[in-house]
Design a protein around this ligand. Sequence first.
Ligand SMILES: [Ca+2]
Length: 561
Amino acid sequence: MNLFTKFFMAGLMLGGFSTSAAPRPNILFIMSDDHTAQAVGAYATVLKPLNPTPTLDKMAAEGIVFDNAFCVNAICTPSRACIITGQYPHRNGVFDLGGRITPGNQTLPILFRKAGYQTAMIGKWHLKEEPNFDYYKVLPGQGKYFDTQFRVQGSKPWPRNSVTHKGEHSSDAITDSTLHWFKTQREKGKPFFVCHQFKAPHDYFENAPRYQDYLADVKIPEPSTLYDVPSSFGSIATRGYQDELMPHIGTSIGKRNPRRSYAVDLKQRFPEEFPADYNVLKLSERETTHLAYQAYLRKYLRCVKGVDDNLKRLFDYLKAEGLYDNTVIIYTGDQGFWLGENDYQDKRWAYDPSMRMPLIVRFPKTIKGGIRSDAIVENVDFPALMLDFAGIPTPDSMQGQSFKSICETGNEPKGWKQAAYYRYWMHMAHHDNPGHMAIRTKTHKLIYFYGCDYDGGNPTPPGWELYDLEKDPAELVNVYDDPAHAKVRAQLKLQFADLRKKIGDDGSHYPASEKIVQEFWDYDAADREKARKISSEFLQRRLESLKTSKNQGRNQQKKKQ
Ligand SMILES: [Ca+2]
């Protein structure tokens, strides 16, 4: 056989192989930042009449919608790290916003590259190190809404090559960049794995000017607990002894939290969204809450609209190129977000508004349209799912598992997980949320606020909360001390301790914090007495620090004037 025949035969074999095996699908992973399920039409209740996401809703109607998709730590960098590594934060080392994933540990793109996929990461990245993709164009840190700068590949080492999209909104610039990649970089002979990641609608919510009139004259529907949070909600951990910490735990829409609220912050950022005579000191609590909520939701939903319209641009391109139906398209937000429920803003809590992620998967070749699943899936499972669609085995290093069969049948395979794990480590940082952990099943949620730093410092009162999600899906009645729930409480605590061991959050990472976790685990009468004392001590520390920061604030204002 001469050389020509050898090549010819090899060509025939390769050709034969590629026609007999099903072609590998493309994967397009789309993630927004802080786009919560309540503001996706396919999930929305209160905001449904506003029709916030027509493009996403069409995708949802043609794919599968997950009602119980959860992040294991509701904050940007950790959620992204879980998706890139398939590991929980205590395993991948990204406990909080300071974490990073080195290129060698970015398992998801590494495996796609090895399998011959062409890979690209475009938009918000937030994992600090150089992305291990064939191509990248990513925001530095949080990035900017306007005149968006991107870190790109080039002659200088990471992160010193950059380009700026002057005069453009980030959602437009990110979509332009992804379209540009498709038009100029895509190798047609290879399947692609593309991550398209918006900065929007992260706070503070700067919309493109073309949306400034959107919802300008609409009274946005308000959640029922915006003004009145029932006394059955929460625990000493979130309210303090006899509610003494209500102003100081969890930042607020209205002026409840004197340190950080949208009633004050949004007025400074977006004065045009408030009446000219708005004065937080003169207006009632109810009035400031109402005005701040309306301003907040207008800005947030304008950013959401920009995301949805840009997705239409992207999908229209994929349709025109014949790529829309042979690409597995996944849409999610890196975690949920509070839209005024319980007067909360931001994320971080283990309660559903922030723990739940919107998750829609569309791939008409194997997924029937119009399915909803209540299967519990976690963000650590997302990479295994994407690899599975590409026919790539999940490595042992990944703790998550593929749920491709759930996408394709709507049914859970035998032995599929029945509980999600949650842990928020950044005790009292930024938005005054105590350190806590939780287990969430389809019917219940048990939350344990152990309330301390990594080193056991700055204690807030430890407390437990149990919610019966069948009777109380909004998590407004803490039944931890209800005798009728004693049995389920005991059972869940055992399941919780087992789950911690199973996934490896065994206390070895931060022993001083674990000591407190163990001390208040049984929560007997002595623990409760101690929690009351910690509540009072925390209040004293907080009031002292407010005095100091108020003086600093006034001085800074004087300087500015
Ligand atoms: Ca986020």
